[in-house]
Design a protein around this ligand. Structure first.
Ligand SMILES: [Zn+2]
Length: 289
């Protein structure tokens, strides 16, 4: 039995396993987490091939794979602006900082932070302002950002670090600052239909799994007011999708398609919007101290 860091329930049983990783589910709030006691996550994120990997881990080519997200991100920034006109933005888990360029084009003074040294180096080479390291030990000035974005970020954190990260975000946000989160939703139909076969169970990358109710509890416990929670649909390149399928299912036809698409980049970067409904967007506002 483990203790749930979201609601404090001390009797969370093991629910299922994947490879060597054991998933626990809180019977009270539904939060699902992986036991990471025996895993050194830093080793994993410092893997230099994370952004360029043809063996089905991470991203094939992060820059090309993220490009289809441009319009999704631009619309999201418009939504954030309807709540907050501040322009200082910090992007957590920014990788090589593709999103920073999108934010800059929407008028933001954007910078990012990421653990992975090689992706940070690549982003800097592309002229982006990125700090390498962990948010919890970073030396940003308090209240120096109006907006903090955490896209595909919280699922990567061990559950015992969630509250610390929320606290660090609060400290960095100016009064009434906005936190924008995109994460997977375990209460979505897609997740429920596939159960333990859901493609998002990806330890040790994904280790903390919220739903649309317990993320509200988590944010309110950490002094944020929820502005909105809704489903968000992501757009991916065909190359990303097939490489992902290969990684997940190890069926060689997906690998052959990926290799075929690499020979025809224009085709491989063709974008497909996936209406799976298993990602959620949460906009929250920092409560007054
Ligand atoms: Zn719980």
């Amino acid at each position: 039995m483990k203790t749930c860091s979201i609601c404090g329930n001390q009797n969370c049983p093991a629910s299922f396993s994947k490879e060597i990783f054991l998933f626990f589910k809180c019977p009270n709030c539904g939060f699902i987490f992986v036991d990471t006691a025996h895993i050194n996550l830093a080793d994993y994120y410092n893997n230099p091939i994370y952004l360029h990997d043809n063996e089905g881990r991470g991203y094939v080519d992060y820059e090309a794979d993220k490009a289809p997200m441009f319009s999704v991100y631009t619309n999201l920034l418009k939504k954030i602006q309807s709540h907050n006109l501040g322009r200082r933005l910090l992007d957590l888990g920014t990788a090589n900082g593709y999103f920073l360029d999108v934010a800059a084009r929407s008028g933001y003074l954007a910078e990012g932070i990421d653990l992975n040294a090689s992706s940070v180096e690549e982003g800097r080479f592309r002229g982006r302002k990125i700090t390498q390291g962990d948010l919890l030990s970073a030396s940003f000035s308090p209240e120096s950002f109006d907006v903090i974005t955490a896209f595909d970020f919280f699922e990567h954190l061990p559950q015992d670090k969630l509250a610390d990260n929320a606290g660090a975000i609060r400290k960095l946000l100016a009064a009434n600052g906005t936190l924008a989160i995109i994460t997977v939703n375990t209460a979505s139909w897609w997740a429920r239909i596939f159960g333990t076969k859901w493609h998002t169970w990806l330890p040790p990358e994904h280790i903390s799994y919220f739903n649309n109710r317990n993320i509200k509890l988590f944010l309110e416990n950490n002094k944020f007011d929820i502005l909105e929670i809704r489903t968000i649909h992501k757009t991916f390149s065909l190359q990303y999708i097939f490489n992902f399928l290969y990684r997940y299912q190890r069926i060689f036809i997906w690998r052959w398609i990926t290799l075929f698409l690499e020979r025809f980049p224009a085709l491989g970067t063709f974008a497909l919007k996936l209406y799976l409904g298993d990602n959620m967007l949460i906009l929250a506002r920092k409560q007054a101290n």
